[in-house]
Design a protein around this ligand. Sequence first.
Ligand SMILES: Cc1cc2nc3c(=O)[nH]c(=O)nc-3n(C[C@H](O)[C@H](O)[C@H](O)COP(=O)(O)OP(=O)(O)OC[C@H]3O[C@@H](n4cnc5c(N)ncnc54)[C@H](O)[C@@H]3O)c2cc1C
Length: 490
Amino acid sequence: MCKEEQHVEYTRSILWLRRDLRLRDNTALAAAASASREVVLAFNVDPALLAGERVGAPIVQAFFDALAVLRAELRERGSDLAIVQGAFERTLPELAARLRADAVFFNEDYDPAAMARDAAVCAALARAGIATHALLDHVVFGADEIRTDADAPYKVFTPYARRWRDRYALAPRLPVASERAIEGKLLARAEIGATLDLPVPEAFGFESSPRYPACGEAVALEMLDAFFARGGGAERYRDERDLPAVDGTSHLSVQLRAGTIGIRTCVARAFAAKRGSRHAEQIDTWINELIWREFYQMILKQFPHVDGEPFVHAARNLRWSEDRAAFARWCEGKTGYPIVDAAMRQLNETGWMHNRLRMIVASFLTKDLLIDWRWGERYFEQRLADADLAQNNGGWQWAASTGTDAAPYFRVFNPVLQSKKFDPTGAFIRRMIPELAGVPDKYLHAPWELGPLMQIDYPAPIVDHAAARLRALAAYEPVLGKKSALAPRG
Ligand SMILES: Cc1cc2nc3c(=O)[nH]c(=O)nc-3n(C[C@H](O)[C@H](O)[C@H](O)COP(=O)(O)OP(=O)(O)OC[C@H]3O[C@@H](n4cnc5c(N)ncnc54)[C@H](O)[C@@H]3O)c2cc1C
């Protein structure tokens, strides 16, 4: 892709921001600043991308909010955020020409569509005589860095995580001092000249909501601080991370998606907090989740066919139901299974869903309703503020048993048992489904058991779980039942 050139001094560089909307711990920003006399930060709004079906209001709002925060901070420093709009291959060379920049720096993205775009933009910039530099930033270790003894990419998480940890212990990748690097280097606002106003979701047909997650560098750092403060969520993470009513997770996924916080900052903070702490095991479980994130990013880069196809080749032969009405009921949170419906309402209303619930609703869609994981994946892309192809695809393929290191096909979550285990008092269900608030505890997880007493406006279950489970096993067994079926493509 882009050629890496060492020891080059540029007059003026552009940092092309994409999924790294921050000033601190930003690899490409640090590199741009140290290789150039002046730096200008730029973001391109691409209407074609926003018109596509793979984005939704919550993530658009998160990114636009983060841009506002970034612009305000840059203006305080006497500079500005250059906002352009249009097709990347045109806007970037135009901006470089207007600002007389001789280099463009950016951080890599493993999304196959983003990689194709980056290659095209690099080619257009090269034609204009502008150097380009792609840096590793959104993961601690790049997709080629953690490999098996046979020099192949890992396909199973546990050995991957072990190697990841060994490598980190030997040579930790610490936060990058980009904020210091830009001191005295930011191009003055007057020189940047006229630039577009901050974009708003409504201008692109999205409806914003105060209930969607706030996003921005300052918020992200505060969230990390709060999570690791004395008595904060990190100290109880292992014990509480599965309880949606307690909400014992960091909520940093949205920030990691928009890049308002650096992954190195999160990882370094966790290891520092763990050292000598009596909560070390709790914190270590959180580190493990960050490694899951790295694992799925690696899988996407090494096996890009997962975007659109199952990781496991044989799973292409699964025959999915085309029941659109059932899919609509799942989307709307009207399946009649309270934990599933509460989860979907959390997603629809807040732009975020608890991890345990993501697993439950994904299992329900792909096993109980036997609906294609790609339908669910797409719906999540449109509804999650943290929608990230690598993790979303990994999560969906895990639940559907079509992925790398996935749940075995015969593991079908029982939504009632999951509900009783992870929302034992029903506090989460009652919060999200007010219609069920008055239902006695005993019936809350399966209100149809009230029989004729069920005088509430709440749907009967869309399927009988026991029968649906047998149907799923009958569909999966011939396809994934043989061990040889579990090989990836190619
Ligand atoms: C079907 C399904 C779809 C998912 N889609 C996404 C998605 O689009 N974007 C996304 O960021 N995560 C996704 N996840 C993973 C996980 O649910 C979220 O990262 C998590 O709920 C975010 O909340 P948090 O930041 O409070 O997480 P925490 O529990 O505080 O975890 C810290 C960070 O670790 C990473 N992480 C946590 N759990 C996982 C996991 N299971 N896999 C990979 N990384 C993880 C995230 O970056 C998260 O922010 C999905 C999981 C499933 C089962």
